[in-house]
Design a protein around this ligand. Structure first.
Ligand code: ZN
Length: 335
Protein backbone atom coordinates (compact mmCIF):
# COMPACT_ATOMS: atom_id res chain seq x y z
CA UNK A 1 0.00 0.00 0.00
CA UNK A 2 1.39 3.40 -0.93
CA UNK A 3 1.58 6.09 1.70
CA UNK A 4 -1.26 8.63 1.45
CA UNK A 5 -0.67 12.33 0.88
CA UNK A 6 -1.46 14.60 3.84
CA UNK A 7 -4.78 15.48 2.19
CA UNK A 8 -5.50 11.85 1.45
CA UNK A 9 -4.70 11.08 5.07
CA UNK A 10 -7.39 13.47 6.30
CA UNK A 11 -9.85 11.81 3.93
CA UNK A 12 -8.82 8.38 5.16
CA UNK A 13 -9.21 9.48 8.79
CA UNK A 14 -12.64 10.95 7.98
CA UNK A 15 -13.73 7.64 6.47
CA UNK A 16 -12.74 6.09 9.79
CA UNK A 17 -14.98 8.64 11.54
CA UNK A 18 -12.17 10.92 12.73
CA UNK A 19 -12.72 14.50 11.61
CA UNK A 20 -10.26 17.35 12.00
CA UNK A 21 -11.76 20.58 13.40
CA UNK A 22 -9.41 23.54 13.03
CA UNK A 23 -10.11 25.92 15.89
CA UNK A 24 -8.61 29.45 15.98
CA UNK A 25 -6.24 30.52 18.75
CA UNK A 26 -4.80 33.96 19.58
CA UNK A 27 -1.31 32.44 19.67
CA UNK A 28 1.51 32.52 17.13
CA UNK A 29 1.00 28.82 16.44
CA UNK A 30 -2.26 29.57 14.62
CA UNK A 31 -5.17 27.15 14.61
CA UNK A 32 -5.26 24.09 16.82
CA UNK A 33 -6.51 20.78 15.46
CA UNK A 34 -9.23 19.15 17.51
CA UNK A 35 -10.73 15.86 16.39
CA UNK A 36 -14.31 14.68 16.40
CA UNK A 37 -14.61 10.90 16.62
CA UNK A 38 -18.00 9.77 15.35
CA UNK A 39 -18.43 6.64 17.39
CA UNK A 40 -20.00 5.63 20.66
CA UNK A 41 -19.24 7.51 22.80
CA UNK A 42 -19.30 10.59 20.56
CA UNK A 43 -15.90 12.05 21.31
CA UNK A 44 -13.97 15.28 21.00
CA UNK A 45 -10.19 15.23 21.27
CA UNK A 46 -9.09 18.64 22.63
CA UNK A 47 -11.24 21.76 22.57
CA UNK A 48 -9.26 24.81 21.49
CA UNK A 49 -8.65 27.83 23.75
CA UNK A 50 -11.17 29.54 25.98
CA UNK A 51 -12.47 32.28 23.68
CA UNK A 52 -15.80 33.21 22.14
CA UNK A 53 -14.29 32.89 18.69
CA UNK A 54 -13.02 29.38 19.37
CA UNK A 55 -16.38 28.38 20.85
CA UNK A 56 -18.28 29.73 17.83
CA UNK A 57 -16.04 27.82 15.46
CA UNK A 58 -16.22 24.64 17.49
CA UNK A 59 -20.01 24.85 17.39
CA UNK A 60 -20.21 25.60 13.69
CA UNK A 61 -17.68 22.93 12.70
CA UNK A 62 -19.56 20.36 14.82
CA UNK A 63 -22.81 21.53 13.20
CA UNK A 64 -21.33 20.95 9.74
CA UNK A 65 -21.10 17.31 10.75
CA UNK A 66 -24.59 17.33 12.20
CA UNK A 67 -23.56 17.51 15.83
CA UNK A 68 -23.66 19.94 18.73
CA UNK A 69 -21.62 20.38 21.88
CA UNK A 70 -24.37 19.01 24.14
CA UNK A 71 -24.29 15.68 22.30
CA UNK A 72 -20.64 15.05 23.15
CA UNK A 73 -20.19 12.09 25.48
CA UNK A 74 -16.44 12.01 25.93
CA UNK A 75 -13.75 14.66 25.89
CA UNK A 76 -10.16 13.50 25.56
CA UNK A 77 -7.48 15.95 26.68
CA UNK A 78 -4.09 15.29 25.08
CA UNK A 79 -1.92 17.55 27.24
CA UNK A 80 -1.79 20.49 29.60
CA UNK A 81 -1.41 23.39 27.13
CA UNK A 82 -4.17 26.00 27.07
CA UNK A 83 -4.61 26.11 23.28
CA UNK A 84 -5.80 22.48 23.57
CA UNK A 85 -8.01 22.52 26.65
CA UNK A 86 -9.34 26.04 27.23
CA UNK A 87 -12.95 25.24 26.38
CA UNK A 88 -13.01 22.03 28.43
CA UNK A 89 -15.09 23.39 31.28
CA UNK A 90 -17.67 24.93 28.94
CA UNK A 91 -17.90 21.76 26.85
CA UNK A 92 -18.41 19.66 29.98
CA UNK A 93 -20.99 22.07 31.43
CA UNK A 94 -23.03 21.91 28.25
CA UNK A 95 -22.67 18.23 27.46
CA UNK A 96 -22.01 16.43 30.71
CA UNK A 97 -19.28 14.57 28.83
CA UNK A 98 -16.81 12.39 30.65
CA UNK A 99 -13.23 13.66 30.53
CA UNK A 100 -10.38 11.27 29.80
CA UNK A 101 -6.76 12.35 30.30
CA UNK A 102 -3.55 10.98 31.72
CA UNK A 103 -4.26 10.21 35.38
CA UNK A 104 -0.86 11.52 36.44
CA UNK A 105 -1.87 14.95 35.11
CA UNK A 106 -5.38 15.01 36.62
CA UNK A 107 -4.50 16.96 39.73
CA UNK A 108 -2.71 19.65 37.78
CA UNK A 109 -5.55 19.95 35.29
CA UNK A 110 -8.02 20.32 38.17
CA UNK A 111 -6.01 23.11 39.79
CA UNK A 112 -5.35 25.14 36.69
CA UNK A 113 -4.87 28.55 38.35
CA UNK A 114 -2.55 27.48 41.16
CA UNK A 115 -0.73 25.27 38.72
CA UNK A 116 -0.17 28.10 36.24
CA UNK A 117 1.13 30.26 39.09
CA UNK A 118 3.53 27.53 40.22
CA UNK A 119 4.66 27.01 36.62
CA UNK A 120 5.45 30.74 36.35
CA UNK A 121 7.48 30.65 39.55
CA UNK A 122 9.40 27.65 38.27
CA UNK A 123 10.09 29.41 34.97
CA UNK A 124 11.27 32.62 36.64
CA UNK A 125 13.64 30.83 38.97
CA UNK A 126 15.05 28.89 36.07
CA UNK A 127 15.48 32.01 33.93
CA UNK A 128 17.24 33.95 36.70
CA UNK A 129 19.52 31.00 37.42
CA UNK A 130 20.49 30.87 33.74
CA UNK A 131 21.38 34.55 33.52
CA UNK A 132 18.21 36.09 32.11
CA UNK A 133 17.86 39.66 33.46
CA UNK A 134 15.13 40.20 36.03
CA UNK A 135 13.27 42.80 33.94
CA UNK A 136 12.90 40.25 31.13
CA UNK A 137 11.41 37.71 33.54
CA UNK A 138 8.96 40.32 34.88
CA UNK A 139 7.79 41.13 31.35
CA UNK A 140 7.37 37.45 30.51
CA UNK A 141 5.42 36.83 33.68
CA UNK A 142 2.87 39.46 32.76
CA UNK A 143 2.55 37.97 29.26
CA UNK A 144 2.02 34.55 30.80
CA UNK A 145 -0.64 35.93 33.18
CA UNK A 146 -2.48 37.58 30.33
CA UNK A 147 -2.55 34.25 28.47
CA UNK A 148 -4.09 32.42 31.40
CA UNK A 149 -7.63 33.55 30.58
CA UNK A 150 -7.51 31.30 27.50
CA UNK A 151 -7.06 28.27 29.73
CA UNK A 152 -9.46 26.38 31.95
CA UNK A 153 -9.55 23.95 34.80
CA UNK A 154 -10.46 20.43 33.79
CA UNK A 155 -11.97 17.76 36.02
CA UNK A 156 -10.76 14.42 34.74
CA UNK A 157 -13.45 11.76 35.29
CA UNK A 158 -11.62 8.96 33.45
CA UNK A 159 -8.00 9.08 34.56
CA UNK A 160 -5.91 6.99 32.15
CA UNK A 161 -2.90 4.89 32.97
CA UNK A 162 -0.08 4.74 30.44
CA UNK A 163 -1.06 1.99 27.99
CA UNK A 164 -4.72 1.90 29.02
CA UNK A 165 -7.31 1.32 26.32
CA UNK A 166 -10.45 3.34 25.70
CA UNK A 167 -13.10 1.17 24.10
CA UNK A 168 -15.62 2.58 21.63
CA UNK A 169 -18.34 0.76 19.71
CA UNK A 170 -16.20 0.60 16.54
CA UNK A 171 -12.64 1.07 17.74
CA UNK A 172 -10.16 0.95 20.56
CA UNK A 173 -7.72 3.73 21.33
CA UNK A 174 -4.69 3.07 23.46
CA UNK A 175 -3.47 5.99 25.56
CA UNK A 176 0.32 6.18 25.52
CA UNK A 177 2.31 8.68 27.56
CA UNK A 178 4.89 10.41 25.36
CA UNK A 179 6.28 13.29 27.46
CA UNK A 180 8.72 15.87 26.13
CA UNK A 181 6.84 18.70 24.46
CA UNK A 182 5.00 18.85 27.78
CA UNK A 183 5.17 16.47 30.76
CA UNK A 184 1.60 15.27 30.16
CA UNK A 185 1.72 14.60 26.39
CA UNK A 186 -0.44 11.58 25.66
CA UNK A 187 -0.96 10.06 22.21
CA UNK A 188 -3.91 7.86 21.26
CA UNK A 189 -3.28 4.84 19.08
CA UNK A 190 -5.76 3.04 16.88
CA UNK A 191 -3.72 -0.11 16.16
CA UNK A 192 -6.34 -1.59 13.85
CA UNK A 193 -6.40 1.41 11.51
CA UNK A 194 -2.81 2.46 12.23
CA UNK A 195 -3.92 5.98 13.04
CA UNK A 196 -2.08 7.86 15.77
CA UNK A 197 -3.63 10.93 17.35
CA UNK A 198 -0.40 12.62 18.39
CA UNK A 199 -1.39 16.18 19.35
CA UNK A 200 1.80 18.25 19.80
CA UNK A 201 4.11 15.26 20.22
CA UNK A 202 4.76 15.46 16.47
CA UNK A 203 3.93 18.38 14.17
CA UNK A 204 4.78 18.34 10.47
CA UNK A 205 5.71 21.97 9.85
CA UNK A 206 7.27 22.97 13.17
CA UNK A 207 9.57 21.30 15.62
CA UNK A 208 7.61 20.73 18.84
CA UNK A 209 9.34 22.75 21.52
CA UNK A 210 10.48 20.64 24.44
CA UNK A 211 9.46 23.35 26.90
CA UNK A 212 10.92 23.15 30.37
CA UNK A 213 8.12 22.48 32.83
CA UNK A 214 7.60 21.16 36.31
CA UNK A 215 7.37 17.39 36.67
CA UNK A 216 3.83 16.01 36.96
CA UNK A 217 4.52 14.59 40.41
CA UNK A 218 5.02 18.10 41.80
CA UNK A 219 8.66 17.54 42.75
CA UNK A 220 11.12 20.39 42.38
CA UNK A 221 13.58 18.56 40.21
CA UNK A 222 14.05 20.10 36.78
CA UNK A 223 13.21 17.49 34.14
CA UNK A 224 15.44 17.08 31.09
CA UNK A 225 12.68 17.89 28.61
CA UNK A 226 14.65 17.42 25.38
CA UNK A 227 16.27 14.19 26.57
CA UNK A 228 12.79 12.91 27.46
CA UNK A 229 11.38 14.15 24.17
CA UNK A 230 13.99 12.40 22.02
CA UNK A 231 13.39 9.21 23.97
CA UNK A 232 9.63 9.57 23.35
CA UNK A 233 10.17 10.21 19.62
CA UNK A 234 12.32 7.08 19.33
CA UNK A 235 9.48 5.04 20.85
CA UNK A 236 6.94 6.55 18.44
CA UNK A 237 9.34 5.87 15.56
CA UNK A 238 8.86 2.14 16.17
CA UNK A 239 5.08 2.33 15.80
CA UNK A 240 3.64 1.07 12.49
CA UNK A 241 1.55 4.22 12.04
CA UNK A 242 0.16 5.03 8.62
CA UNK A 243 -1.32 8.37 9.57
CA UNK A 244 -0.29 10.68 12.38
CA UNK A 245 -2.88 13.34 13.17
CA UNK A 246 -1.24 16.35 14.81
CA UNK A 247 -2.40 19.12 17.10
CA UNK A 248 -1.39 21.75 14.54
CA UNK A 249 -0.96 21.73 10.76
CA UNK A 250 -1.29 18.83 8.35
CA UNK A 251 -1.26 15.10 9.05
CA UNK A 252 2.08 13.28 8.95
CA UNK A 253 2.30 10.37 6.53
CA UNK A 254 5.94 9.42 7.10
CA UNK A 255 6.58 9.79 10.80
CA UNK A 256 9.85 7.81 10.65
CA UNK A 257 11.40 10.29 8.18
CA UNK A 258 10.08 13.24 10.20
CA UNK A 259 11.47 11.88 13.48
CA UNK A 260 14.85 11.11 11.87
CA UNK A 261 14.94 14.64 10.52
CA UNK A 262 14.07 16.16 13.92
CA UNK A 263 16.65 14.09 15.76
CA UNK A 264 19.32 15.01 13.19
CA UNK A 265 18.41 18.67 13.66
CA UNK A 266 18.75 18.36 17.43
CA UNK A 267 22.12 16.69 16.95
CA UNK A 268 23.35 19.61 14.80
CA UNK A 269 22.05 22.15 17.27
CA UNK A 270 23.72 20.29 20.13
CA UNK A 271 27.06 20.54 18.31
CA UNK A 272 26.50 24.25 17.77
CA UNK A 273 25.81 24.74 21.48
CA UNK A 274 28.93 22.73 22.28
CA UNK A 275 31.00 24.95 19.97
CA UNK A 276 29.80 28.08 21.80
CA UNK A 277 30.55 26.59 25.20
CA UNK A 278 33.97 25.35 24.05
CA UNK A 279 34.87 28.93 23.01
CA UNK A 280 34.20 30.21 26.51
CA UNK A 281 32.00 29.33 29.50
CA UNK A 282 28.56 30.87 29.03
CA UNK A 283 25.21 31.07 30.77
CA UNK A 284 22.16 29.65 29.07
CA UNK A 285 21.07 33.18 28.25
CA UNK A 286 24.43 34.04 26.66
CA UNK A 287 24.21 30.91 24.52
CA UNK A 288 20.66 31.80 23.46
CA UNK A 289 21.75 35.32 22.52
CA UNK A 290 24.69 34.01 20.52
CA UNK A 291 22.31 31.70 18.64
CA UNK A 292 19.25 33.87 18.16
CA UNK A 293 20.14 37.47 18.99
CA UNK A 294 17.16 39.52 20.15
CA UNK A 295 14.77 36.57 19.93
CA UNK A 296 16.55 35.34 23.06
CA UNK A 297 14.97 38.35 24.82
CA UNK A 298 11.48 38.40 23.32
CA UNK A 299 11.18 34.59 23.49
CA UNK A 300 13.44 34.16 26.47
CA UNK A 301 11.83 31.10 28.01
CA UNK A 302 11.39 29.27 24.73
CA UNK A 303 14.98 29.82 23.60
CA UNK A 304 16.31 29.03 27.07
CA UNK A 305 14.37 25.74 27.01
CA UNK A 306 16.07 24.94 23.69
CA UNK A 307 19.53 25.78 24.99
CA UNK A 308 19.15 23.89 28.27
CA UNK A 309 17.73 20.90 26.40
CA UNK A 310 20.82 20.67 24.22
CA UNK A 311 23.16 21.42 27.13
CA UNK A 312 21.50 18.52 29.02
CA UNK A 313 22.44 16.19 26.17
CA UNK A 314 26.04 17.45 26.38
CA UNK A 315 26.11 17.13 30.18
CA UNK A 316 24.83 13.55 29.90
CA UNK A 317 27.58 12.82 27.35
CA UNK A 318 30.15 14.21 29.77
CA UNK A 319 31.26 16.93 27.34
CA UNK A 320 29.94 19.89 29.30
CA UNK A 321 29.44 20.64 32.98
CA UNK A 322 27.45 23.16 34.93
CA UNK A 323 29.44 25.48 37.17
CA UNK A 324 27.75 27.57 39.87
CA UNK A 325 28.84 31.19 39.83
CA UNK A 326 27.02 32.96 42.66
CA UNK A 327 23.37 33.27 41.63
CA UNK A 328 23.84 31.98 38.11
CA UNK A 329 25.04 28.80 36.51
CA UNK A 330 27.46 28.64 33.58
CA UNK A 331 28.19 25.83 31.20
CA UNK A 332 31.82 24.99 30.51
CA UNK A 333 33.42 22.34 28.34
CA UNK A 334 35.13 19.43 30.05
CA UNK A 335 38.60 18.18 29.11
ZN1 ZN B 1 1.25 21.96 23.25
Amino acid sequence: MTAPTPEGALGQAALAGVHCLRIPTPFAVGRVNCYLIEDEPLTLVDTGPNSGKALDELESQLAERGHSIDELELLIVTHQHIDHLGLAEIVVQRSGAEVAALGAAAQRLANFDEDAEAEDRFAIELMLRNGIPEEVTVALRSVSRSFRAWGSRVTVTKPLADGEEIRFRDRTLQAIHRPGHSPSDTVFWDAERRILLAADHLIAHISSNPLLARPLDGSDERPQALVTYIDSMLKTREMPAEIVLSGHGEPIVDHVALIDDRIAKHHRRKEKVHGLIAEQPRTGYEIAQAMWGNVAVTQAFLTLSEVIGHADLLVNEGRVREVEDGEVVRYEATG
